[in-house]
Design a protein around this ligand. Structure first.
Ligand code: UN1
Length: 486
């Protein structure tokens, strides 16, 4: 069994804890490798290395930094098949999605490489003569990046690529369920020639590594994960820059004028793609009463046909849950949901060939906004169906959770579509398409308890830079703003 190491200051090093943890394939329960169970000392060493590297990296011209990111993108592309399979083996999603995960990382590194020749600021006129005003983008410093397991290449890429192009250096803690994907990504950084200390990898627990990152001298933190952890980061991080993306309870509204076959495809993909383990997964389907019975029937029939299995097998539609612990948590949520709503299909864990952490695609009906299953982010293949009388009620119910990440409406009416786009409280609204599938060059993030920051594309540049406002007075005399007005 191979033991993998941390990557600190350009070197592969063991933790001073001398302890390791295992990464497990959730479909077969086989062990993929051992990883450093790092401690506060390792984490602090990584932060120190990042600060040392920052002094130089921030001065490297951004287009030069971009060349290195382009090389990372090229290497990811070259290794896409191998890495896509690894995503499936370590995290469980089906192979097409594993490959998609890597593709999202390829796209993000490529996009951010180009950003090296933009990083736009603004110039504006001054209220005074012979004075010039502009803004420039500057790096923040060392950033602590903490990512979830559901997109083991894409989400690290969303965070690391924009952080680096802007001249920051980073300490990255991957999710403990997907350390091998993170290690492979850092091997490519090494191969691409990213300078020592610019990007550091520390594997280990949130309690030890995450906590140290949050409470030590990094200047910014980016975290994608649960609302509970996000809240505790906010409480502990003091005045550091914080970017949080904390989940969703994402609705699809299906109106009576929708193309029902199209809506069905979108609901199945949104609810059961990635086995429901996306922040953007469709977890509520809000259906107009006029087509309710017909659409529910279609939904249940299609769900029944979904084939569970190892994501590497071409016939598999739905892969396993990432871990036993996560499976237990879904089971618990489903038990609580059963007390209020009607279970029409699924609701149980299962095994394939006696192995794996599988959960049957699950549908609840009769769900109303205050119920547990209408509020709780399950992070599994569980969807709540709600029946409504009008668009107004559909939007009110869509907005009746603490979260506000993604949303969608299926309708053939332009008026319904625009009304919903304006009224739904969410960072993303899709019209006639599912709640999942954001593209790398657009901002991504939510409102309300999801957190209000934006990563992805132009959003990420805002998130990972400071803006400096620069005034140049070339009049040769003291000019006073707001005072020398004539
Ligand atoms: C997440 O689940 O945290 O839009 C992110 C999507 C993906 C990203 C999901 N591109 O579903």
């Amino acid at each position: 069994m191979k033991t993998f190491k941390n990557y600190i200051d350009g070197k592969w090093v063991s933790s001073s804890s001398h302890r390791t943890f295992e990464s497990i394939n959730p479909a077969t329960e086989s062990v993929l490798g051992k990883f450093q169970l790092s401690n506060a000392k390792d984490t602090k060493a990584a932060i120190k290395a990042a600060w040392r590297a920052y002094k130089r990296w921030r001065l490297v011209p951004a287009p030069k930094r971009g060349e290195l990111l382009l090389e990372v993108s090229r290497l990811l592309k070259k290794n896409k098949k191998r890495l896509g399979r690894l995503v499936t083996q370590e995290m469980g999603k089906v192979l097409a999605e594993g490959l998609g995960d890597v593709q999202e990382a390829i796209d993000m590194f490529e996009l951010m490489a180009g950003e090296g020749r933009r990083l736009y600021g603004v110039t504006t006129p001054s209220e005074l003569p012979e004075k010039f005003c502009m803004t420039v983008r500057e790096p923040i410093g060392v950033l602590g990046l903490i990512s979830p397991w559901n997109f083991p290449f894409a989400i690290p890429a969303w965070k690391i690529a924009p952080a680096l192009i802007a001249g920051n250096t980073v300490v990255f803690k991957p999710a403990s369920y997907t350390p091998l994907c993170a290690t492979r990504l850092f091997e490519l950084f090494d191969e691409a020639g990213i300078p020592a200390g610019v990007a550091n990898l520390v594997t280990g627990s949130g309690r030890e590594v995450g906590e140290t990152i949050v409470t030590s001298n990094v200047r910014g933190i980016s975290f994608t994960g649960s609302r509970e952890v996000g809240l505790s980061i906010k409480q502990k991080a003091g005045l550091k820059r914080i970017s949080l993306e904390l989940g969703g309870k994402n609705p699809i509204i299906v109106m009576d004028d929708a193309d029902l076959d199209l809506a069905l495809d979108g609901c199945i993909w949104g609810a059961f793609g990635t086995t429901g383990q996306r922040c953007t997964a469709t977890s509520r389907i809000i259906v107009h009463e006029k087509i309710y019975e017909e659409f529910l029937d279609m939904l249940v029939k299609r769900t029944r046909k979904l084939r569970l299995g190892d994501g590497l097998k071409p016939r598999t539609d739905v892969g396993p849950i990432v871990s036993k612990k996560q499976l237990e948590s879904i089971k618990k949520d489903v038990e609580l949901a059963k007390k209020e709503a009607k279970l029409v299909i699924g609701g149980k864990p299962t095994k394939i060939n006696g192995k794996g952490f599988f959960f049957k695609p699950t549908i609840f009906t009769g769900v109303t906004p205050k119920m547990y299953i209408a509020q709780k982010e399950v992070f599994g293949p569980v969807v709540a169906i709600m029946r409504v009388k009008s668009l107004k009620q559909a939007v009110d119910w869509a907005n009746s959770t603490g979260y506000g990440l993604s949303s969608a409406i299926y309708t053939n009416s332009v008026n319904n579509a625009f009304t919903a786009v304006r009224a739904i409280e969410a960072g993303l609204t899709y019209v006639n398409s599912s709640t999942i599938g954001s593209e790398v060059h657009l901002p991504f993030g939510g409102v309300k308890d999801t957190g209000s920051t934006r990563e992805g594309g132009i959003g990420a540049i805002e998130e990972f830079t400071e803006t400096k406002t620069v005034y140049f007075d070339y009049s040769g005399k003291l000019q006073k703003a707001q005072i020398d007005i004539d």
